[in-house]
Design a protein around this ligand. Structure first.
Ligand SMILES: Nc1ncnc2c1ncn2[C@@H]1O[C@H](COP(=O)(O)OP(=O)(O)OP(=O)(O)O)[C@@H](O)[C@H]1O
Ligand SMILES: [Mg+2]
Length: 453
């Protein structure tokens, strides 16, 4: 299960092992070398010393004295005379000394120095010091240094390094435990959370794990879960509203078509009901078309192709297009825009935006009022505004009017025939241009919709 921590611990372990082994080997070799060098030096020094004493004062007493001096140390000395006979020894009964002497005389005894130095194989390292006395006698001093102290040192080193190895194992295990707690557990939690998400359960709660990458990942997953939960609720609400929206006209259609089918109906009455049916069907068609538009926008299948064009002719064209319906309600439509003002936008989409705003202004304004369209440049941005003196929107509702299917007072829009999609479409289109839309409105006084691109 805790695969990452095992992996990390293994990498860590291998790295530490390599470091530790190389360090141990290096130290081991150097400490022992230093120690043996020291032993060689000591051996050579005392050998040379004995030789000097012999050369200065060659006598049986001196030889005895030298042998006696070394008898109490971890060194041994053997003095050989010119005929190759034993003149004195610090340990007469040691068979190893006798064996070694034969080997030494074979190795050569005329130069001073270490003749046997392999401390691993022999119990003694051995040095030779030839002496020559002016009056006659000559020979050589053989010094033996027991290798036991070096072996003891090696044993001690091995013990200490072994202890260090075990300690590092324990430390590694502790690191593994900490890693698994700090790293693997949050990861496993996140994995479980994403599995839950993919199974459609968005009710996920991940604990905060700090400000590092893991913490960021954890809070991203948490945010994703919250967003998905919200989307799910929104989708359900949206579907419920659509079902509701479609069922109302359908009820009318069914009711009126039943009435229209009655035999006893006069022709003029039947005509009236059929007209209502046609009108309701039309409304449904509009609604479905708007919904389709919205769905397309959600999938962002539509593209915004910006171009630069003259604002005034653009607004005047729109004015001509909608004027007949405004005239029917005796509403005056005014265009305010500088002659050479230019807009950078997708003209088709902008037309959709302004037409939707004008449609609202017309729908939600009383007779004998004025609606104004204006376009100008402000703080480096293009501003397009539709101002009406209609019924206005209550302040607490203003935040919601851009939501899909949201309408202020359902009864109000039944009278006016709105479905609450227009402003949602407008908002999507404005945002697709990289702009934003704002509303200012007060009930009974009027509304101003401002598009900033
Ligand atoms: N200029 C306005 N004056 C007063 N109320 C408005 C105005 N514009 C929008 N509203 C309110 O905001 C709501 C949402 O507007 P929106 O344009 O999205 O939907 P609609 O006009 O009801 O229907 P649709 O535009 O889809 O035919 C409307 O129902 C209306 O109550
Ligand atoms: Mg509308």
């Amino acid at each position: 299960m805790n695969k990452i921590s095992i992996k990390l611990a293994t990498y860590f372990f291998i790295a530490v092992l390599i470091m530790e082994v190389s360090l141990i080997l290096y130290l081991h070799k150097n400490i022992i070398e230093a120690r043996t060098d020291e032993e060689y030096a000591r051996l050579l020094a005392s050998g040379a010393n004995h030789r000097d004493v012999l050369e200065d004062n060659y006598s049986a007493t001196t030889i005895e004295h030298i042998a006696w001096m070394e008898a109490n140390s971890d060194r041994e000395v053997v003095i050989i005379d010119h005929a190759g006979n034993l003149a004195g020894s610090s340990d007469d009964d040691n068979p190893i000394l006798a064996q070694t002497l034969a080997l030494v005389s074979k190795l050569g005894t005329d130069t001073e120095g270490i003749v046997i130095d392999d401390w691993k194989k022999t119990p003694y390292i051995v040095s030779v010091h030839p002496y020559q006395i002016a009056s006659g006698p000559s020979g050589y001093v053989v010094m033996f240094q027991s290798t036991r102290s070096i072996e003891q040192l090696v044993d001690k080193l091995n013990l200490h390094f072994g202890l260090a190895g075990v300690t590092s194992f324990v430390v590694l295990f502790i690191i593994y435990a900490i890693l698994s707690k700090l790293l693997t557990r949050p990861l496993i939690r996140m994995k479980e959370a994403t599995e839950k998400l993919s199974n459609g359960d968005f009710n996920v709660s991940l604990p905060a794990v700090g400000n590092d990458e893991l913490g960021e990942l954890s809070s991203s997953i948490q945010k994703l879960a919250t967003d998905l939960e919200r989307l799910k609720t929104e989708r359900n609400e949206f579907l419920a509203s659509i079902a509701h929206e479609l069922s109302t006209p359908l009820t009318y259609l069914m009711g009126y078509s039943k009435i229209a089918m009655r035999q006893e109906l006069r022709e003029s009455e039947r005509q009236h009901y059929l007209e209502i049916i046609a009108e309701e069907s039309n409304r449904m068609k509009e609604l479905v078309k708007n919904l389709l538009d919205l769905a397309k926008m959600d999938e962002t299948t539509f593209t915004v192709t910006k171009e630069r064009f003259e604002a005034r002719p653009f607004l005047e064209d729109l004015q001509r297009l909608v004027e007949p319906s405004f005239k029917l309600k005796h509403i005056q439509l005014v265009v305010r825009c500088d002659e050479d003002f230019q807009i950078q936008a997708d003209p088709l989409r902008l037309e959709q935006i302004v037409l939707n705003l004008l449609d609202n202004a017309l729908k939600y304004s009383g007779e004998q009022t004025t609606v104004t369209m204006e376009a100008f440049f402000e703080k480096g941005k293009t501003v397009i505004r539709v101002i009406d003196f209609g019924m206005g929107i209550p302040a607490e509702e203003q935040a919601f009017i851009f939501e899909k299917l949201y309408r202020v007072e359902k009864s109000r829009s039944r009278t006016f025939g709105g479905s609450g999609i227009g402003l949602a479409v407008v908002k999507e289109l404005v945002e697709a241009h990289g702009g934003r839309i704002e509303v200012e409105s007060s009930v009974g006084k009027g509304s101003t919709f401002t598009v900033i691109l």
